[in-house]
Design a protein around this ligand. Sequence first.
Ligand SMILES: [Zn+2]
Length: 444
Amino acid sequence: MSEYQVLARKYRPQRFADVVGQEAIVSTLINAIRMHRTAHAYLFCGCRGTGKTTLARLFSKALNCSSLSNEGEPCNTCSSCKEIAAGHAMDVLEIDGASHRGIEDIRQINETIGFMPTHGKYKIYLIDEVHMLTKEAFNALLKTLEEPPAHAKFFFATTEPHKIPATILSRCQRFNLGRIQYEKMCKKLAEIATDLELQVDNEALLTLAELSEGSLRDAQSLFDQVIAYQKTPITQEVVIDVLGLPSRETLFSLDEAGGKKDLTAAFLIAEEVFSAGKNLGFFLEELTQHFRTLFLLKNGAPVQGRNQKQYAHSAQIYRNDQLLQILELVTEATQTLKFATSEKTALEMLLLRILRTHTRVSLDQLVERLISLEARVAADTPPPPPEPKKAPPKPKPVTIPKVHVEKSPPPAPKTKPVTVQEQNHYDTLMRFAAKELNGALKTI
Ligand SMILES: [Zn+2]
């Protein structure tokens, strides 16, 4: 029986055409090879799972391929391509910057860099997580980077380019790899599913893509986990079940409870999440996605997929400013929950705060009420006495033909005086507003 290969390895792109996203970078690399204008050092920056090492390996393969296609694609059949794909090429040395970060490791490179490549045209050093190198190691590397032999190329990959010294950065051609879009990721996962003869619905793929935050490798790992469950067809429910995600019904029930001002729902939902052993990180992620969708829907963006009716119904329950406040609460909780002594209590508190947004007076409403109260207070204050004016000159008597005479407007109704209770209420509101604005009123 052949050894099982995880999807990320099994479906690692072997040609530039197979790379998901990063089209601009791919075409720049291909053009550089075709026009023989390659730099001696490249830096690939980007989040995990966006294809940094994959692109560096593909580029190495293309540079050393003995029968490159007209499109600039490596042949994948020559000895160099085969060796690089198998990971034991003599001319392509992959170094893990996290575990080989010292000056000695870089000295070894400097000592061997003078030797000519064995098969291909270039000797390529691919340093992954290069930001982990020590200061001394970077200094040693700098010397070589300044004047490398013509047959040597350096490819660096990193998730944290800001940790790399400027002297190194300025000697590299830098590529920033963006997060992979959901649609492109879904397309790739669908291709994998077809290849594996698996029936997967689009909602399930979209859920995997959303959870992976733009990292194709993460999406493939989650897909691996779902496939291992061996339940077909793979629907969104299967994904929710296997990965321990909250169901959409749980989230809609939170909206309903808010509408009814039922605070007990916070404890019931927290209990459901914990007793089912659901992943708290995924729960918060789903919570963010849920309120993000409601906000977009409320502001005219369409909702894709199922549950459209339920989303439309839930959107009616919230105000715009309230949804923004909830999104802030969830984002804050994502940061603080990992440090909480009791995750369950922290989750209960978060859900309670979400539910309480329904009873809280919004800042806009508060300001509106303040303005109207201020207007009433001002109306009650007697106006300043008018300045004495000179008597206007008497108009000459003119005979006017008799025309329709307009009635004078009725006198304005007398404003109700502000009572002591209202004044007190106004003061309370002022204090409340000052607290809400975090003392900003003091400076006005
Ligand atoms: Zn080849």
